[in-house]
Design a protein around this ligand. Structure first.
Ligand SMILES: [Fe+2]
Ligand SMILES: [Fe+2]
Length: 303
């Protein structure tokens, strides 16, 4: 396939995703709210949005009450959750619930539980990571982690057969999924994710993360955020929260270009004890396993 016809095929298949019946009705208005500056979002609008759909409201409350969000007592209403957790966090919980409902039951050789464990795990690690940095927006980092692999979701829906072949290749060769996609499909979830992100009018920072999280040095904006997601993604994959297969790879943060990008922006990282830091992140990963199993079911097996 020529590059022009490949781009046209991606565009055409991504365009069809919007008509999927499984995307909850609250999803598009939610995206519009997420794009507004927080001071323009009204609490009542979010409460109304969540209450449209009982399944989503129940899922949101279950998630808000999980140990990951550190509340002493589970909130009983969305309003209470919003007051204790904050608007942006409730919005991202709602986004997780909407997206997880949109995921088809096992397609493209990837188990949805595995996919959500990776996305949610990466979101939590991104948040913990950004809390270490001065002046970083940890809610934005959480959302970036949650959405970074949205292109895998696109490939599951729009290119299920091609993704199955890529997954089998990745598993046999023990290589990262984006490398396997390039080898067998000629494109990766970064390109299809970017197409969807632009179609949904996501903020440019998110588009950069989705398009460049496997090569942060190529992003033309928001490089520190893209680098943070890159390292968090790597950490999740190396700690048994990847895509359900073993990757043969060594992680050396210090010589990783993403670490250099982050160091340039955040000098305070220079003194961070990396061993201790990754140990702290490991604790968060254990919590994510428990949360995802409670929401989506599935086995607790790591890889
Ligand atoms: Fe990825
Ligand atoms: Fe990832």
């Amino acid at each position: 396939m020529t590059p022009t016809s490949l781009a046209a095929t991606i565009r055409e298949r991504v365009a069809r995703i919007e008509t999927m019946p499984s995307i909850p009705a609250v999803f598009v208005p939610l995206l519009e709210l997420l794009n507004l500056p927080p001071e323009r979002v009204k609490l009542d609008d979010v409460v109304k949005l969540v209450s449209y759909d009982n399944t989503i409201a129940a899922q949101c409350l279950r998630m808000a009450g999980s140990p990951l969000f550190g509340l002493a007592k589970s909130p009983e209403t969305i309003r209470a959750a919003m007051i204790t957790l904050g608007l942006r966090r409730v919005e991202t919980i709602l986004l997780t619930c909407c997206l997880s409902n949109a995921f088809p039951a096992k397609a493209g050789g990837l188990d949805p539980v595995v996919f959500w464990r990776h996305s949610l795990g990466c979101a939590m690690v991104c948040r913990k990571f950004s809390e270490k940095l001065a002046a970083a927006d940890s809610d934005k980092a959480y959302m970036a982690g949650l959405l970074h692999d949205i292109g895998i979701l696109v490939n599951c829906i729009a290119f299920p057969n091609e993704l199955s072949v890529a997954m089998a290749h990745a598993t046999t060769e023990q290589i990262p999924i984006d490398e396997a996609e390039h080898a067998t499909m000629g494109f990766s979830h970064c390109e299809t994710g970017r197409e969807l992100a632009e179609k949904w009018h996501l903020a440019d920072d998110m588009v950069q993360v989705i398009a460049h999280h496997h090569a942060p040095e190529r992003s033309r904006a928001a490089q520190p955020l893209v680098a943070l997601v890159h390292l968090s993604d790597l950490l999740c994959r190396m700690r048994g929260m990847g895509y359900g297969y073993y990757e043969r790879r060594r992680v050396d943060w210090v010589s990783n270009p993403a670490w250099e990008i982050l160091l340039k922006e955040h000098r305070e990282l220079d003194g961070v004890d990396l061993v201790r830091f990754t140990f702290e992140l490991d604790e968060a990963i254990g919590e994510v396993f428990a949360l995802v199993s409670s929401i989506f079911g599935g086995s607790a097996a790591r890889n």
